[in-house]
Design a protein. Structure first.
Length: 88
């Protein structure tokens, strides 16, 4: 996978979480998207705790949100190329 493909796939994933398209993932945006993913498998308190921990771990500049750079760092160990591909 080329560097351009990797960047585009990470940006695509980031944009899913960045609901209001301000270039940042807020606590509320992360909660909303994760709620869609986990459904009723976690109650809202459990999910909020997970969201809070994720923000704390990913937020390197202390602004309470996740920038694209922080997002890329957070998912750097994940092979995004293989996770975001469609075999035809």
């Amino acid at each position: 996978m080329s560097t351009t493909d990797d960047f585009q796939k990470k940006k695509f994933a980031f944009d899913i979480y960045d609901i209001n398209k301000d270039g940042m993932i807020s606590n509320g945006e992360l909660f909303t998207v994760m709620k869609m993913m986990v459904g009723n498998n976690l109650n809202d308190v459990q999910l909020q705790q997970l969201v809070d921990r994720t923000i704390i771990q990913a937020d390197k500049d202390g602004d309470g949100m996740i920038s694209f750079e922080e997002f890329k760092d957070m998912i750097s160990h994940i092979d995004v190329g293989n996770k975001l591909k469609l075999d035809l």
